[in-house]
Unconditional design. Structure first.
Length: 565
């Protein structure tokens, strides 16, 4: 393949935003691209924000450009320092660094105010004393022109005096607003004299009580981009209709040709998940989940606590790609990304979630063997671990069946299986309680079948186990999908997304694990062999380990549990 063909193939693999950037770089020699990630500090970031983080910071990395972290702190009534701290932690955890470029919209309040004064003086902004309801009603609908405000043509001097009085706090909240004077007949509702400032007598976490007026997002965002030298302002499709206003506002403050370009891409929607920050906040405030970092939440902090890794989320964002149309991504793709990562990197351990005792009658009483078992067959360099073996073991209750069907290859009366990393055992008897439930399984072992001994005899089944005298008792939280339907946002009339909460999204059980994990720390991930991937939770103590199930070994959820309305 010649060089031209290679370049063509590379070109075909670019997404449409990369094509825009490469065209920009080709026509602007010596220029660097400059992006930004601009979260509102009014909640915790979710997996959709992770996609935007990966896009903005990832493009800056790929093209040797810059990416700013800028907080859109224009609504102090809903903003908290807690959210700012969590956002910074999430971005760093994903592996990105904004270096010294941490900015806030509030950094620019004075400049925004001066530019607003300039618009008033140019006859392009005015103070409106109508209520929000009156303004909304006069804007009308896209199919017919709106009605001009009775205050639209008041004198410039009066607008300047009133706007200054707004800044000084001489008006109550909602008593008046500053509006841009654009076009009340535009089919784009955002161009019908949009509000630029509203009055809010609210303490701001950075500017204290200095300001009594706060800029609206559309006024602050593009101007902040301009001040920071942003070349490409990447946002989701719902802002496409805002683009004419974004461009109009910037055109009022500069005549430069080099201005930020807004480019829209499809937001991330995932099945069995809600992505609305308002709905996520409702889940938290009403106690349907146990906080923003509940492992059932699609927040980055929730995914981190559940055991997701930065690499798995970045790989997921890469797989999803950048599209121009909204669609729904199967949550199984996200789960596949973490399985793939943990399969390569997580240590294997034995954990028994539903234990029943197995006694090997011909194994010496009081004897303990230290068996060497590999940490991860996908990564031999991780070495081996020591697992104690004894006469009494715990095995999974569903690894034994008294009257098994054909092709059942686990333990049953008279049948033989391998204990992973140890010996072959054959069931000889069972003991039951007064209700007929199996309490103890009895078996014999073949000493010649020890793993690694060169034994050539074969059995079809292999099961895991934990030595009874050495087992650690732990709490295991079996997390599952939070909703029972694929599109909880798409509900029938009279229903809400809360009607489809999964009552089995969390089950807490007591389990047994091998003793080698006693010193594990919160965030450590393991594969419980044959069961799934688990993460040590922050609630763990020296006396009590707590594990969260990250994901099962295979995706059988949709087939077995999805419900049709």
């Amino acid at each position: 393949m010649n060089k031209d063909n290679i370049n063509n193939e590379e070109r075909k693999s670019l997404n449409f935003i990369e094509e825009i950037i490469e065209e920009y770089l080709a026509t602007h020699p010596g220029k660097k691209i400059h992006t930004r990630f601009p979260p509102e500090p009014n909640g915790y970031l979710h997996i959709g924000h992770a996609k935007s983080i990966c896009l903005n910071f990832g493009l800056a990395e790929k093209y040797q450009g810059l990416c700013n972290l800028r907080f859109d702190d224009t609504n102090p009534a809903k903003e908290e320092q807690e959210y700012i701290d969590s956002i910074k932690e999430d971005v760093r955890w994903l592996g990105f660094d904004w270096e010294d470029r941490e900015y806030y919209a509030s950094d620019y309040f004075e400049q925004l105010y001066e530019w607003a004064l300039a618009l008033i003086k140019a006859g392009k902004a005015y103070v409106d004393e109508q209520t929000a309801e009156e303004i909304s009603r006069q804007r009308g609908v896209p199919s017919r022109p709106g009605i001009e405000s009775p205050y639209r043509n008041r004198p410039v001097e009066e607008n300047l005096r009133l706007f200054e009085a707004m800044r000084k706090g001489e008006f109550a909240d909602g008593e008046c607003v500053l509006r841009a004077k654009i076009d009340m007949s535009s089919p784009n509702m955002h161009m019908r004299d949009p509000v630029m400032y509203r009055i809010m007598h609210v303490h701001h976490h950075r500017t204290d009580d200095k300001w009594k007026i706060y800029p609206m997002y559309d006024w602050a965002h593009g101007e902040s981009d301009f001040l920071e030298g942003i070349t490409h302002s990447l946002c989701t499709l719902e802002f496409e209709i805002h683009r004419p206003l974004y461009e109009w506002f910037i055109s009022q403050i500069t005549d430069k040709e080099e201005v930020p370009r807004q480019v829209e891409f499809a937001r991330l929607n995932i099945s069995y998940t809600v992505m609305s920050k308002r709905k996520l906040q409702q889940l938290v405030k009403e106690g349907h989940v146990q906080g923003w970092d509940d492992p059932r939440m699609p927040t980055i902090s929730g995914l981190r606590r559940r055991g997701y890794t930065p690499a798995s989320i970045r790989n997921f964002a890469d797989r999803v790609g950048i599209a121009k149309r909204d669609n729904i991504i199967e949550v199984s793709l996200l789960e596949h990304s973490i399985r793939e990562d943990l399969n390569k990197n997580a240590a294997r351990i034995f954990g028994v979630l539903d234990p029943v005792k197995l006694i090997i009658t011909n194994y010496p009483e009081g004897k303990t063997e230290d068996l060497e078992i590999e940490m991860n067959p996908e990564k031999p360099e991780m070495g081996k671990r020591i697992v104690p073996f004894s006469r009494e073991l715990y095995i999974e209750r569903n690894d034994f069946m008294e009257d098994p069907p054909k092709k059942y290859f686990r333990l049953s009366p008279g049948k033989e299986v391998r204990l992973k990393g140890a010996y072959f055992v054959k069931c000889t008897d069972v003991e039951k309680d007064e209700n007929g439930n199996i309490r103890t399984i009895y078996a014999t072992y073949d000493p010649s079948t020890k793993s690694g001994s060169g034994n050539t005899r074969k059995v079809k089944g292999t099961i895991h186990w934990v030595s009874v005298p050495h087992a650690l008792d732990c709490e295991v939280r079996l997390y599952d999908r939070l909703f029972t339907v694929e599109e909880p946002d798409n509900v029938e009339e009279g229903e809400t997304f809360l009607d489809y909460l999964n009552p089995d999204s969390l089950k807490i059980i007591r389990a047994k694990v091998e003793p080698g994990v006693k010193t594990a720390s919160p965030g450590d991930t393991f594969q419980f062999m044959r069961l799934g991937y688990f993460c040590v939770d922050k609630d763990s103590t020296k006396e009590q380990l707590v594990f969260n199930r990250t994901v099962a070994l295979r995706d059988s959820w949709k087939k077995q549990n999805s419900k049709k309305r």
